[in-house]
Design a protein around this ligand. Structure first.
Ligand code: IFG
Length: 512
């Protein structure tokens, strides 16, 4: 059968030629996603000019230094389009291309994207910026043919450097495969840190060679809430996660929670208690009953060994040492403990990170405090900030993804209140706490505690769509609820296409 030249041309050339050549009777080409439909909202969007039609002839052009980012883009678009989309160093003349360019002076993680008749170009000064531009482009390519990208330019950069999510592997051990899927999803919203809560009363989830029973006992089967879980990350498993995350420009932040939340460590090593008697293993969800023995030297050998081994396998700059809910530690002991332990993180070349209770100790003034308080006034935090402490905002009543959406939510807890999508969105990390100016705020993090979670579906249901809202607060210069809810509604089919079990909030008009 002879194929009319116009049809051949239409398939090979950008939309504008095709639409002028397309016979009048054909259905209008479905609109390409608008440039300003992206989540998180870019800094500046200028729609204009002809669209770019991705076809089987399209190539991905990238310098060798950006090959890993190009591979991520190719992987994503091949799945969507079914096209081969070869990654090449230089596109042949007159070949439609998606081009990744480095060397621009745009600032950390920033990028510029331009789309037109002959192709799309993403320019940046670093691979993180190219990766961020690629996440934007993925949202501009329709889920089905014709794969048309709207014409115009996007200029973009993050408001905050730290845009994080946290997974609690202690109350329930989520497997590396589940954690990787979560990394796949959060990185598409330009989230660039994943905090792993690796120890608690119920379980210990990271191999430490110098204290092997932490995992052989603390990570054994049945060491989770309701005895439902168990397992731990070997060092090889942890390093594999670190590499997987880094390829998606996500920095892993490990947390060992001290001096409270240590029952699992004390079951494994009774010498870590003051009376030398192992406490019973715990599978309930109570908090605040355990404490390391602040007066014993073995405590500090243990803590230093753990920090040393954790720092050695963590390329990222931050080691989180917890510090929350130490209700079984006297205030004087708590300060004495932090004064000895916070400096150990710096000794092994890392920056200390802890829940905001660490601000009771002067040694926290060179650390990062993760504010989980639901108060908008916190004198201890403001004083620490005045002395140099930096802050990551995680107010429990606005960012805790383990809070139920409303009373009907099967999973989750209620102690910090119900959090629907709009509540997670309608606040400003830069001005949220009195005495904590934007200059002291590194960014935002959305913790997901796992007392009531059992699998990836549970993670997805509690995390999405609220994580998208928090990602926008961390990235975009301003917020606009009506714009966000419209963009979120249009995004829903993308989660559906990827099999992400998100919560279809009644606050959003979800696209079909
Ligand atoms: N608070 C505890 C967590 C977890 C959480 C559940 C912090 C810093 C309640 N500490 O949040 O261990 O149990 O919502």
């Amino acid at each position: 059968m002879r194929i009319p030249l116009t049809a051949l041309l239409a398939a090979a050339l950008p939309l504008t030629v095709a639409s002028s050549a397309a016979p009048a009777r054909s259905a209008p080409t479905p609109a390409a996603p608008a440039l300003d439909s992206v989540i998180p909202a870019p800094v500046q969007v200028r729609p204009h000019g002809p669209a770019f039609r991705l076809t089987a002839r399209t190539v991905i052009e990238a310098p060798h230094s950006a090959r890993a980012v190009a591979d991520r883009l190719a992987e994503a678009l091949r799945t969507t389009t079914g096209y081969r989309l070869p990654v090449v160093g230089h596109a042949p003349a007159r070949t439609p291309a998606i081009t990744l360019e480095t060397g621009a002076r745009l600032g950390a993680e920033a990028y510029e994207l331009s789309a037109g008749r002959s192709g799309v170009t993403i320019r940046s000064g670093d691979n993180a910026g190219l990766f961020n531009g690629v996440q934007t482009l993925r949202q501009l390519v329709p889920l089905r043919a014709p794969f048309v990208v709207a014409g115009g330019e996007i200029t973009d950069r993050p408001r905050f450097a730290y845009r994080g999510a946290m997974l609690d592997l202690a109350r329930h051990f989520h497997t590396p495969a589940e954690v990787k899927r979560y990394i796949d999803e959060i990185s598409q919203f330009k989230v660039n840190h994943l905090h792993l809560h690796l120890s608690d009363d119920q379980g210990w989830r990271i191999q430490i060679d110098s204290w092997p029973r932490l995992t052989t006992v603390g990570g054994a089967p049945g060491t989770g809430v309701d005895g439902e879980s168990g397992g731990y990350l070997t060092k090889a498993g942890y390093r594999d996660l670190v590499r997987y995350a880094a390829a998606r420009h996500v920095t892993i932040v490990p947390e060992i929670d001290l001096p409270g939340h240590v029952n699992a460590a004390q079951v494994a090593y009774p010498e870590l208690t003051c009376d030398g008697v192992a406490p019973p293993p715990r599978t309930d969800t109570e908090v605040g009953y355990s404490s390391l023995c602040i007066g014993k030297e073995v405590t500090y050998r243990f803590v230093e060994d753990v920090i040393r081994e954790l720092a050695a396998m963590t390329p990222g700059p931050l080691i989180h040492i917890g510090g929350d809910e130490a209700h079984a530690t006297t205030e004087a002991d708590y300060v004495a403990f932090q004064q000895r332990v916070l400096p150990l993180v710096a000794k092994y070349g890392k920056k200390a990170y802890g829940w905001n209770e660490i601000t009771q100790a002067p040694a926290s003034h060179t650390a990062v405090a993760q504010n989980w308080s639901d108060k908008t006034s916190n004198p201890a935090l403001a004083a620490a900030v005045a002395a140099g402490t930096k802050v990551v905002m995680s107010p429990s009543n606005l960012t805790y993804l383990d809070m139920k959406y409303d009373p009907s939510t099967r999973l989750g807890l209620t102690w910090a209140g119900y959090i629907e999508v709009r509540k997670a969105y309608d606040w400003d990390p830069g001005t949220h706490v009195t005495g904590v100016p934007e200059s002291a705020v590194l960014g935002i993090e959305a913790p997901l505690w796992s007392e009531t979670l059992r699998n990836l579906d549970d993670i997805e249901f509690m995390a999405f769509p609220r994580l998208a809202a928090l990602a926008e607060l961390g990235w975009s210069p301003a917020r606009d609820w009506e714009s966000f809810r419209a963009r979120l509604g249009a995004y829903g089919p993308r989660w559906t296409a990827r099999g992400v079990d998100f919560y279809p909030s009644p606050q959003i008009d979800w696209a079909g």
